[in-house]
Write a protein that binds this ligand. Structure first.
Ligand code: NAD
Length: 399
Protein backbone atom coordinates (compact mmCIF):
# COMPACT_ATOMS: atom_id res chain seq x y z
CA UNK A 1 0.00 0.00 0.00
CA UNK A 2 1.33 3.41 -0.97
CA UNK A 3 0.56 6.78 0.52
CA UNK A 4 -0.14 9.46 -2.08
CA UNK A 5 -0.24 13.08 -0.94
CA UNK A 6 -2.11 15.36 -3.32
CA UNK A 7 -1.84 19.13 -2.80
CA UNK A 8 -4.63 21.07 -4.49
CA UNK A 9 -5.98 24.61 -4.34
CA UNK A 10 -8.93 25.43 -2.10
CA UNK A 11 -12.55 25.08 -3.21
CA UNK A 12 -14.40 28.27 -4.26
CA UNK A 13 -15.31 30.56 -1.33
CA UNK A 14 -18.96 29.94 -2.25
CA UNK A 15 -18.47 26.17 -1.86
CA UNK A 16 -17.86 23.32 -4.29
CA UNK A 17 -20.09 23.95 -7.36
CA UNK A 18 -23.29 21.96 -7.75
CA UNK A 19 -23.91 23.29 -11.26
CA UNK A 20 -21.78 24.73 -14.03
CA UNK A 21 -22.02 27.47 -16.67
CA UNK A 22 -21.96 24.94 -19.52
CA UNK A 23 -23.11 21.35 -19.96
CA UNK A 24 -20.25 19.84 -21.91
CA UNK A 25 -16.70 20.24 -23.20
CA UNK A 26 -15.71 20.10 -26.86
CA UNK A 27 -14.24 16.74 -27.91
CA UNK A 28 -10.61 17.00 -29.04
CA UNK A 29 -9.00 14.30 -31.20
CA UNK A 30 -5.40 14.91 -30.18
CA UNK A 31 -2.76 17.59 -29.82
CA UNK A 32 -1.53 19.65 -32.80
CA UNK A 33 1.78 17.78 -33.17
CA UNK A 34 0.07 14.38 -33.21
CA UNK A 35 0.72 13.53 -29.53
CA UNK A 36 -2.26 11.63 -28.15
CA UNK A 37 -4.46 12.97 -25.38
CA UNK A 38 -4.06 11.25 -21.97
CA UNK A 39 -4.92 7.54 -22.18
CA UNK A 40 -5.82 6.20 -18.71
CA UNK A 41 -7.67 2.87 -18.70
CA UNK A 42 -10.66 4.59 -17.08
CA UNK A 43 -11.67 7.83 -15.38
CA UNK A 44 -13.95 8.32 -12.38
CA UNK A 45 -14.90 11.94 -12.97
CA UNK A 46 -17.19 14.01 -15.14
CA UNK A 47 -15.12 16.15 -17.57
CA UNK A 48 -16.09 19.81 -17.14
CA UNK A 49 -16.35 19.63 -13.35
CA UNK A 50 -13.94 21.28 -10.92
CA UNK A 51 -11.25 18.64 -10.45
CA UNK A 52 -8.28 20.80 -9.46
CA UNK A 53 -9.60 21.96 -6.08
CA UNK A 54 -9.54 19.96 -2.85
CA UNK A 55 -13.05 18.47 -3.20
CA UNK A 56 -12.40 17.53 -6.85
CA UNK A 57 -9.44 15.36 -5.76
CA UNK A 58 -8.38 15.10 -9.43
CA UNK A 59 -10.98 12.34 -9.58
CA UNK A 60 -8.44 9.93 -8.06
CA UNK A 61 -9.91 8.68 -4.77
CA UNK A 62 -12.04 5.79 -6.07
CA UNK A 63 -9.23 4.41 -8.24
CA UNK A 64 -6.51 4.67 -5.57
CA UNK A 65 -8.60 3.35 -2.68
CA UNK A 66 -9.83 0.42 -4.78
CA UNK A 67 -6.15 -0.60 -5.10
CA UNK A 68 -5.69 -0.34 -1.33
CA UNK A 69 -3.67 2.88 -1.42
CA UNK A 70 -4.07 5.82 0.92
CA UNK A 71 -4.88 9.23 -0.61
CA UNK A 72 -4.35 12.40 1.43
CA UNK A 73 -5.70 15.56 -0.24
CA UNK A 74 -4.89 18.96 1.24
CA UNK A 75 -4.36 22.61 0.39
CA UNK A 76 -2.11 23.07 3.43
CA UNK A 77 1.34 23.14 1.85
CA UNK A 78 3.56 25.89 3.26
CA UNK A 79 5.38 26.27 6.55
CA UNK A 80 6.54 23.80 9.16
CA UNK A 81 3.02 23.13 10.50
CA UNK A 82 1.45 22.33 7.13
CA UNK A 83 -0.31 19.03 6.39
CA UNK A 84 2.17 18.41 3.57
CA UNK A 85 5.13 18.63 5.99
CA UNK A 86 3.33 16.30 8.41
CA UNK A 87 2.65 13.67 5.74
CA UNK A 88 6.10 13.61 4.14
CA UNK A 89 7.65 10.98 6.42
CA UNK A 90 5.93 8.00 4.73
CA UNK A 91 4.68 9.48 1.44
CA UNK A 92 5.54 7.51 -1.72
CA UNK A 93 4.08 9.93 -4.28
CA UNK A 94 3.51 13.68 -4.06
CA UNK A 95 1.14 15.26 -6.58
CA UNK A 96 0.63 19.01 -6.91
CA UNK A 97 -0.11 21.67 -9.47
CA UNK A 98 1.87 24.75 -10.53
CA UNK A 99 -1.17 26.88 -9.64
CA UNK A 100 -0.78 25.92 -5.97
CA UNK A 101 2.61 24.26 -5.91
CA UNK A 102 3.93 21.92 -3.25
CA UNK A 103 7.47 23.29 -3.22
CA UNK A 104 9.53 20.10 -3.05
CA UNK A 105 12.83 21.50 -1.86
CA UNK A 106 15.91 19.40 -1.04
CA UNK A 107 14.95 19.69 2.66
CA UNK A 108 11.48 18.28 2.01
CA UNK A 109 12.79 15.50 -0.21
CA UNK A 110 15.20 14.57 2.62
CA UNK A 111 12.22 14.40 5.04
CA UNK A 112 10.50 11.87 2.74
CA UNK A 113 12.66 8.72 2.80
CA UNK A 114 10.02 6.60 1.01
CA UNK A 115 9.41 9.13 -1.77
CA UNK A 116 9.57 7.57 -5.25
CA UNK A 117 7.74 10.00 -7.54
CA UNK A 118 6.67 13.65 -7.75
CA UNK A 119 3.90 14.35 -10.26
CA UNK A 120 2.89 17.73 -11.63
CA UNK A 121 -0.82 17.66 -12.50
CA UNK A 122 -0.15 20.23 -15.20
CA UNK A 123 3.05 21.47 -16.87
CA UNK A 124 6.17 22.92 -15.24
CA UNK A 125 8.13 21.06 -12.56
CA UNK A 126 10.32 23.91 -11.34
CA UNK A 127 8.61 23.77 -7.91
CA UNK A 128 10.63 20.58 -7.37
CA UNK A 129 14.36 20.81 -6.70
CA UNK A 130 15.23 18.74 -9.77
CA UNK A 131 18.86 18.41 -8.69
CA UNK A 132 17.80 16.89 -5.36
CA UNK A 133 15.32 14.60 -7.14
CA UNK A 134 18.08 13.39 -9.46
CA UNK A 135 20.45 12.77 -6.57
CA UNK A 136 17.80 10.79 -4.65
CA UNK A 137 16.61 8.83 -7.69
CA UNK A 138 13.07 10.24 -7.43
CA UNK A 139 11.07 10.27 -10.69
CA UNK A 140 9.54 13.62 -11.71
CA UNK A 141 6.73 13.55 -14.28
CA UNK A 142 4.21 16.06 -15.65
CA UNK A 143 1.25 15.96 -18.06
CA UNK A 144 2.97 17.45 -21.08
CA UNK A 145 0.66 19.31 -23.50
CA UNK A 146 -2.41 19.09 -21.21
CA UNK A 147 -2.77 22.88 -20.96
CA UNK A 148 -0.29 24.28 -23.49
CA UNK A 149 -3.07 25.49 -25.78
CA UNK A 150 -5.05 26.84 -22.80
CA UNK A 151 -2.07 29.02 -21.89
CA UNK A 152 -1.56 30.17 -25.47
CA UNK A 153 -5.16 31.43 -25.54
CA UNK A 154 -4.46 33.33 -22.32
CA UNK A 155 -1.36 34.92 -23.88
CA UNK A 156 -3.45 36.17 -26.80
CA UNK A 157 -6.10 37.52 -24.42
CA UNK A 158 -3.51 39.34 -22.31
CA UNK A 159 -1.66 40.73 -25.33
CA UNK A 160 -4.86 42.28 -26.69
CA UNK A 161 -5.93 43.44 -23.21
CA UNK A 162 -2.72 45.41 -22.73
CA UNK A 163 -2.27 46.78 -26.23
CA UNK A 164 -5.92 47.92 -26.51
CA UNK A 165 -6.04 49.08 -22.86
CA UNK A 166 -9.02 46.83 -22.06
CA UNK A 167 -8.69 46.63 -18.28
CA UNK A 168 -8.52 50.36 -17.61
CA UNK A 169 -11.43 50.93 -20.03
CA UNK A 170 -13.50 48.23 -18.29
CA UNK A 171 -12.78 49.90 -14.96
CA UNK A 172 -14.23 53.21 -16.27
CA UNK A 173 -17.50 51.38 -16.95
CA UNK A 174 -17.55 49.94 -13.42
CA UNK A 175 -16.89 53.43 -12.02
CA UNK A 176 -19.97 54.72 -13.93
CA UNK A 177 -17.90 56.79 -16.37
CA UNK A 178 -17.90 57.33 -20.13
CA UNK A 179 -14.31 58.56 -20.33
CA UNK A 180 -13.40 57.86 -23.94
CA UNK A 181 -10.21 59.94 -23.91
CA UNK A 182 -8.98 58.38 -20.66
CA UNK A 183 -9.54 54.94 -22.16
CA UNK A 184 -7.93 55.52 -25.55
CA UNK A 185 -4.93 57.65 -24.56
CA UNK A 186 -3.07 54.34 -24.09
CA UNK A 187 -4.88 52.23 -26.71
CA UNK A 188 -3.25 50.90 -29.92
CA UNK A 189 -3.89 48.32 -32.65
CA UNK A 190 -1.87 45.13 -32.52
CA UNK A 191 -1.81 44.97 -36.32
CA UNK A 192 1.65 45.67 -37.73
CA UNK A 193 3.46 45.26 -34.41
CA UNK A 194 6.54 43.05 -33.94
CA UNK A 195 5.67 40.20 -31.57
CA UNK A 196 8.33 37.86 -30.22
CA UNK A 197 8.23 34.72 -28.11
CA UNK A 198 11.07 33.61 -25.88
CA UNK A 199 10.81 29.86 -26.54
CA UNK A 200 8.75 28.27 -29.30
CA UNK A 201 7.87 24.95 -27.70
CA UNK A 202 4.28 23.77 -27.42
CA UNK A 203 2.96 27.07 -26.00
CA UNK A 204 5.26 29.47 -27.85
CA UNK A 205 4.56 27.90 -31.25
CA UNK A 206 0.80 27.93 -30.61
CA UNK A 207 1.03 31.63 -29.69
CA UNK A 208 2.80 32.33 -32.98
CA UNK A 209 0.11 30.46 -34.91
CA UNK A 210 -2.77 32.18 -33.08
CA UNK A 211 -1.31 35.67 -33.51
CA UNK A 212 -0.35 35.38 -37.18
CA UNK A 213 -3.85 36.28 -38.47
CA UNK A 214 -3.60 39.64 -36.65
CA UNK A 215 -1.14 40.82 -39.30
CA UNK A 216 1.81 41.05 -36.92
CA UNK A 217 5.51 40.42 -37.65
CA UNK A 218 6.60 37.31 -35.76
CA UNK A 219 9.91 36.62 -33.97
CA UNK A 220 11.26 33.88 -31.71
CA UNK A 221 14.32 32.63 -29.89
CA UNK A 222 14.73 29.11 -28.54
CA UNK A 223 17.61 26.81 -27.82
CA UNK A 224 16.03 24.43 -30.36
CA UNK A 225 15.38 25.94 -33.78
CA UNK A 226 11.98 25.34 -35.40
CA UNK A 227 11.95 23.29 -38.63
CA UNK A 228 12.66 25.46 -41.67
CA UNK A 229 9.21 24.63 -43.09
CA UNK A 230 7.52 26.08 -39.97
CA UNK A 231 9.68 29.20 -40.03
CA UNK A 232 8.65 29.71 -43.68
CA UNK A 233 4.96 28.96 -43.08
CA UNK A 234 4.77 31.52 -40.26
CA UNK A 235 7.29 33.91 -41.79
CA UNK A 236 8.87 34.08 -38.33
CA UNK A 237 12.33 35.55 -37.71
CA UNK A 238 14.70 33.50 -35.54
CA UNK A 239 16.97 35.36 -33.08
CA UNK A 240 20.13 33.93 -31.58
CA UNK A 241 19.84 35.95 -28.37
CA UNK A 242 17.29 37.57 -26.07
CA UNK A 243 18.83 40.98 -26.72
CA UNK A 244 18.44 40.65 -30.49
CA UNK A 245 14.72 39.81 -30.08
CA UNK A 246 13.81 42.44 -27.48
CA UNK A 247 15.53 45.22 -29.47
CA UNK A 248 12.93 44.95 -32.26
CA UNK A 249 9.76 43.67 -30.53
CA UNK A 250 6.75 45.73 -29.40
CA UNK A 251 5.31 42.69 -27.60
CA UNK A 252 7.48 40.05 -25.91
CA UNK A 253 5.99 36.86 -24.48
CA UNK A 254 7.89 34.40 -22.27
CA UNK A 255 7.14 30.73 -22.87
CA UNK A 256 10.15 28.79 -21.57
CA UNK A 257 10.37 26.68 -18.41
CA UNK A 258 12.03 28.01 -15.27
CA UNK A 259 15.41 26.38 -14.68
CA UNK A 260 18.83 27.71 -13.70
CA UNK A 261 19.53 28.93 -17.28
CA UNK A 262 16.35 31.02 -17.50
CA UNK A 263 15.90 32.23 -13.89
CA UNK A 264 15.95 36.06 -13.74
CA UNK A 265 16.52 36.36 -17.50
CA UNK A 266 14.41 39.55 -17.51
CA UNK A 267 16.20 41.97 -15.21
CA UNK A 268 17.16 45.66 -15.10
CA UNK A 269 19.96 45.08 -17.61
CA UNK A 270 17.92 43.11 -20.14
CA UNK A 271 14.89 45.41 -19.71
CA UNK A 272 17.09 48.35 -20.73
CA UNK A 273 17.49 46.59 -24.10
CA UNK A 274 13.70 46.48 -24.75
CA UNK A 275 12.04 49.06 -27.02
CA UNK A 276 10.59 51.83 -24.84
CA UNK A 277 6.89 51.16 -24.37
CA UNK A 278 7.08 47.41 -25.05
CA UNK A 279 4.51 45.04 -23.55
CA UNK A 280 5.70 41.96 -21.68
CA UNK A 281 3.44 38.91 -21.26
CA UNK A 282 4.62 36.19 -18.90
CA UNK A 283 2.48 33.13 -18.35
CA UNK A 284 5.55 30.90 -17.99
CA UNK A 285 7.00 31.45 -14.49
CA UNK A 286 7.28 34.51 -12.21
CA UNK A 287 10.93 33.87 -11.42
CA UNK A 288 11.96 34.33 -15.06
CA UNK A 289 11.67 38.02 -14.18
CA UNK A 290 13.30 40.17 -11.51
CA UNK A 291 10.26 41.21 -9.47
CA UNK A 292 11.39 44.75 -8.62
CA UNK A 293 12.88 45.47 -12.05
CA UNK A 294 9.47 44.79 -13.66
CA UNK A 295 7.71 47.18 -11.28
CA UNK A 296 10.39 49.84 -11.88
CA UNK A 297 10.12 49.46 -15.68
CA UNK A 298 6.35 50.06 -15.50
CA UNK A 299 6.86 53.11 -13.25
CA UNK A 300 9.43 54.61 -15.63
CA UNK A 301 7.49 53.80 -18.82
CA UNK A 302 10.21 51.52 -20.19
CA UNK A 303 7.42 48.90 -20.27
CA UNK A 304 3.93 50.10 -21.32
CA UNK A 305 2.32 47.05 -19.74
CA UNK A 306 2.98 43.72 -18.05
CA UNK A 307 0.52 40.85 -17.82
CA UNK A 308 0.58 37.23 -16.88
CA UNK A 309 -0.60 34.81 -14.26
CA UNK A 310 2.61 33.50 -12.75
CA UNK A 311 4.28 34.84 -9.58
CA UNK A 312 6.99 33.85 -7.15
CA UNK A 313 6.33 32.48 -4.69
CA UNK A 314 2.80 31.13 -5.09
CA UNK A 315 0.54 32.16 -3.53
CA UNK A 316 2.02 35.65 -3.71
CA UNK A 317 1.99 37.59 -0.42
CA UNK A 318 -0.41 40.54 -0.13
CA UNK A 319 2.48 43.01 -0.39
CA UNK A 320 3.90 41.54 -3.62
CA UNK A 321 4.64 44.66 -5.75
CA UNK A 322 3.02 43.14 -8.86
CA UNK A 323 -0.39 43.46 -7.19
CA UNK A 324 -0.11 47.28 -7.18
CA UNK A 325 2.26 48.28 -10.02
CA UNK A 326 0.79 50.49 -12.80
CA UNK A 327 -0.53 49.15 -16.12
CA UNK A 328 -0.48 45.50 -15.17
CA UNK A 329 -2.99 42.82 -16.15
CA UNK A 330 -2.10 40.14 -13.63
CA UNK A 331 -4.40 37.30 -12.59
CA UNK A 332 -3.71 34.55 -10.08
CA UNK A 333 -2.17 31.48 -11.74
CA UNK A 334 -5.18 30.29 -13.76
CA UNK A 335 -4.35 30.07 -17.45
CA UNK A 336 -3.59 26.36 -17.40
CA UNK A 337 -6.44 25.31 -15.14
CA UNK A 338 -9.58 26.06 -17.11
CA UNK A 339 -12.21 23.33 -16.64
CA UNK A 340 -11.20 22.12 -20.10
CA UNK A 341 -7.55 21.74 -19.05
CA UNK A 342 -8.48 20.10 -15.75
CA UNK A 343 -10.13 17.17 -17.51
CA UNK A 344 -6.89 16.56 -19.43
CA UNK A 345 -4.48 16.91 -16.52
CA UNK A 346 -6.64 14.77 -14.24
CA UNK A 347 -6.74 12.03 -16.90
CA UNK A 348 -2.98 12.41 -17.49
CA UNK A 349 -2.23 12.12 -13.77
CA UNK A 350 -4.32 8.95 -13.65
CA UNK A 351 -2.40 7.60 -16.64
CA UNK A 352 0.95 8.27 -14.90
CA UNK A 353 -0.28 6.56 -11.69
CA UNK A 354 -1.59 3.54 -13.60
CA UNK A 355 1.81 3.16 -15.29
CA UNK A 356 3.64 3.50 -11.98
CA UNK A 357 1.53 0.97 -10.08
CA UNK A 358 1.37 -1.52 -12.98
CA UNK A 359 5.12 -1.35 -13.61
CA UNK A 360 4.65 0.01 -17.15
CA UNK A 361 6.91 2.76 -18.53
CA UNK A 362 5.61 6.30 -18.16
CA UNK A 363 5.45 8.00 -21.56
CA UNK A 364 8.77 9.59 -22.44
CA UNK A 365 7.04 12.91 -23.15
CA UNK A 366 5.76 13.04 -19.55
CA UNK A 367 9.19 12.53 -17.97
CA UNK A 368 11.27 15.32 -16.45
CA UNK A 369 13.62 13.27 -14.24
CA UNK A 370 14.14 9.51 -14.21
CA UNK A 371 16.98 7.23 -13.07
CA UNK A 372 19.00 10.10 -11.65
CA UNK A 373 19.01 12.31 -14.75
CA UNK A 374 16.88 14.65 -16.81
CA UNK A 375 14.73 12.55 -19.16
CA UNK A 376 12.10 13.03 -21.87
CA UNK A 377 10.80 16.62 -21.94
CA UNK A 378 13.09 17.34 -19.00
CA UNK A 379 16.17 16.62 -21.13
CA UNK A 380 14.79 18.72 -24.00
CA UNK A 381 13.48 21.75 -22.11
CA UNK A 382 15.25 21.99 -18.71
CA UNK A 383 18.78 22.25 -17.35
CA UNK A 384 20.01 20.47 -14.23
CA UNK A 385 19.91 22.34 -10.93
CA UNK A 386 17.42 23.91 -8.58
CA UNK A 387 15.02 26.84 -8.99
CA UNK A 388 13.05 26.55 -5.72
CA UNK A 389 15.23 28.93 -3.64
CA UNK A 390 13.06 31.46 -1.75
CA UNK A 391 9.88 29.37 -2.00
CA UNK A 392 9.50 29.29 1.81
CA UNK A 393 8.19 32.88 1.48
CA UNK A 394 4.89 31.33 0.28
CA UNK A 395 4.09 30.70 3.96
CA UNK A 396 3.60 34.50 4.36
CA UNK A 397 0.38 34.39 2.31
CA UNK A 398 -2.80 35.01 4.29
CA UNK A 399 -6.20 34.64 2.63
P1 NAD B 1 7.76 22.84 -24.01
O1 NAD B 1 8.67 21.90 -23.31
O2 NAD B 1 6.96 22.35 -25.17
O3 NAD B 1 8.57 24.10 -24.51
C1 NAD B 1 9.58 24.70 -23.79
C2 NAD B 1 10.53 25.37 -24.76
O4 NAD B 1 11.43 26.20 -24.02
C3 NAD B 1 11.38 24.38 -25.55
O5 NAD B 1 11.22 24.63 -26.94
C4 NAD B 1 12.79 24.68 -25.09
O6 NAD B 1 13.77 24.49 -26.07
C5 NAD B 1 12.67 26.15 -24.68
N1 NAD B 1 13.75 26.59 -23.79
C6 NAD B 1 14.18 25.98 -22.65
N2 NAD B 1 15.22 26.68 -22.14
C7 NAD B 1 15.43 27.73 -22.95
C8 NAD B 1 16.35 28.81 -22.93
N3 NAD B 1 17.30 28.89 -22.00
N4 NAD B 1 16.27 29.73 -23.91
C9 NAD B 1 15.33 29.62 -24.89
N5 NAD B 1 14.43 28.62 -24.96
C10 NAD B 1 14.48 27.69 -23.99
O7 NAD B 1 6.80 23.41 -22.87
P2 NAD B 1 5.44 24.24 -23.02
O8 NAD B 1 4.26 23.35 -22.97
O9 NAD B 1 5.57 25.19 -24.18
O10 NAD B 1 5.48 25.03 -21.62
C11 NAD B 1 6.53 25.96 -21.37
C12 NAD B 1 6.44 26.46 -19.94
O11 NAD B 1 5.26 27.24 -19.76
C13 NAD B 1 6.33 25.37 -18.86
O12 NAD B 1 7.56 24.81 -18.54
C14 NAD B 1 5.74 26.13 -17.71
O13 NAD B 1 6.75 26.79 -16.96
C15 NAD B 1 4.87 27.19 -18.40
N6 NAD B 1 3.43 26.82 -18.30
C16 NAD B 1 2.59 27.67 -17.63
C17 NAD B 1 1.26 27.33 -17.47
C18 NAD B 1 0.29 28.26 -16.77
O14 NAD B 1 -0.77 27.81 -16.31
N7 NAD B 1 0.57 29.55 -16.66
C19 NAD B 1 0.77 26.13 -17.98
C20 NAD B 1 1.65 25.32 -18.73
C21 NAD B 1 2.97 25.67 -18.86
Amino acid sequence: MAKIVCVLYDDPVSGYPSKYARDDLPQLDGYPDGQSLPTPKAIDFQPGTLLGSVSGELGLRKYLEAQGHQLVVTSSKDGAGSVLERELHDAEIIISQPFWPAYMTAERIAKAPRLKMIVTAGIGSDHTDLQAAMERGVTVAEVTYCNSNSVAEHVVMMTLSLVRNYIESYNWVIKGGWNIADCVARSYDLEGMNVGTVAAGRIGLRVLRLLKPFGVKLHYMDRHRLPESVEKELNVTHHGSLESLTKVCDVVTLNCPLHPETENMINARTLAGFKRGAYLINTARGKLCDRDAIAAALESGQLAGYAGDVWFPQPAPADHPWRKMPHHGMTPHISGTSLSAQARYAAGTREILECYFEGRPIRNEYLIVQDGKLAGVGAHSYSAGNATKGSEEAARFKQ
